[in-house]
Ligand binder design. Structure first.
Ligand SMILES: [Zn+2]
Length: 387
């Protein structure tokens, strides 16, 4: 008998499958109840709702509204409740716990230290609080039977002028929990080349960075991020699709930049639901991830902002499985892509792939094979009655 291709995973299997997350914002993933709690404790009274369920709905609606003003307001509220050491420890610990409960085994979670100084913390104190929270969350997850490893990425804001300082901060904590550097914020008008000093510094230090590029803004932003700044990965990178022509007969031709991205195996940190909310794609089925996966770009699947998008990494995979009929093999491919693209050392990435990811998928595929064999086999006449 031919070995059947392990099939479309159930929701349960998607959750249990080991997953790797490279693009998730700490200030975009708080539990609504935590936002309410900390606001009460710290006297922040500007929340639009104080009932956690209603607040969760408000966050999603604001992100869905198509209004940039309302979308940015969501982060004003989450950042407002992340200004003390206790709050940062709690938010980071819950982030690690929530990801672990969702089956994420390795995550790189990013945040901008410069946005957490209003309560008098220093940049170093912010980094140390978040690190302590991640360690606490990893410990609690382990006690609950889930194992996860979380690394931090330090983000500088594109419109601000602190990128060099933040890059130096990332470098000084590289042996204690910080695995790389990023820049984020409005793309239009703030090209990544404004922060060349910071990127060149990271390169001189043999350190790693990713750049939010090619989300709202097109190919020039991706080109600059790669060829001027030397980014190791692209945050989103979804507009690379503009350099790919698909003919009516299904033939596809890649422009120079798209070829470069594929040839050099540049990791694309794709965030489908977030892209739908910002209008970078119109539906899951039409999201460029489908074509990019078929063309074997180094695509990874991510959440971006779990609170604003009402999502989790499992939910992102559910949407893709529904839209494209992805199988456990596809899920494993995306997951291995992500692990290969992580910023931790090569031997540690390899160990995660060989000791955690592959065995995890092998177990799920074995379940699938047994289910196939036992559900499709016709009952032999007589034997079913025990004769
Ligand atoms: Zn992002």
């Amino acid at each position: 008998m031919q070995n059947p291709k392990p099939g479309v995973p159930t929701r349960e299997q998607i959750r249990r499958a080991p997953k790797v997350l490279l693009h998730d914002h700490l200030d975009g993933g708080l539990r609504p109840g935590t936002v309410v709690d900390i606001a009460r404790e710290t006297g922040y009274d500007a929340l639009p709702e104080t009932d956690p369920d209603k607040l969760g709905t408000w966050f999603r609606a604001a992100a869905d509204s198509g209004s940039l003003e309302r979308y940015l307001e969501t982060f004003a509220h989450t950042c407002a409740v992340m200004q003390t050491r206790d709050a940062l420890v709690r938010v980071a610990a819950e982030c690690a716990e929530d990801l672990a409960a969702d089956g994420v085994v390795y995550a790189e979670v990013r945040y901008a230290p410069e946005q957490h100084l209003e309560g008098g913390l220093t940049l170093e104190e912010v980094v140390e609080a978040v690190n302590a929270g991640f360690r606490e969350g990893e410990r609690r997850a382990r006690e609950g039977g889930n194992r996860i490893r979380v690394g931090a990425l330090l983000t500088a804001m594109r419109h601000a002028a602190r990128s060099q300082e933040i890059a130096e901060l990332a470098n000084s904590y590289r042996d204690s929990g910080v695995v790389g550097f990023d820049i984020a914020g409005a793309e239009a008008g703030y090209p990544p080349t404004r922060h060349l000093d910071a990127f060149e510094y990271m390169k001189r230090e043999n350190n790693h960075f990713t750049i939010h590029a090619g989300e709202a803004f097109g190919l020039p932003s991706i080109w600059q991020a790669l060829q001027w700044c030397g980014a190791d990965r692209l945050g989103h990178g979804v507009r690379i699709i503009d350099d790919i022509e698909a003919g009516p007969g299904g033939q596809v031709s890649l422009g120079r930049l798209a070829s470069y991205v594929r040839d050099k195996r540049v990791p694309l940190e794709m965030c489908p639901t977030s892209n739908l909310q910002t209008g970078a794609a119109s539906s899951y089925a039409e999201h460029p991830i489908g074509l990019l996966r078929r063309l074997y770009f180094r695509v990874t699947v991510n959440t971006d902002n779990r609170l604003m998008s009402g999502t989790s990494l499992s939910r992102e995979f559910e949407h893709l499985v529904e839209a494209f009929g992805y199988t456990l093999d596809d899920m494993q491919w995306f997951t291995v892509n992500a692990m290969k693209s992580a910023f931790i050392p090569f031997d540690e990435r390899l160990a995660m792939i060989n000791e955690v990811i592959k065995p995890g998928y092998a177990e799920l595929k074995a379940e699938w094979l047994f289910d196939q064999a036992t559900s499709e086999r016709p009952l032999a006449s007589g034997s079913a009655r025990g004769e």
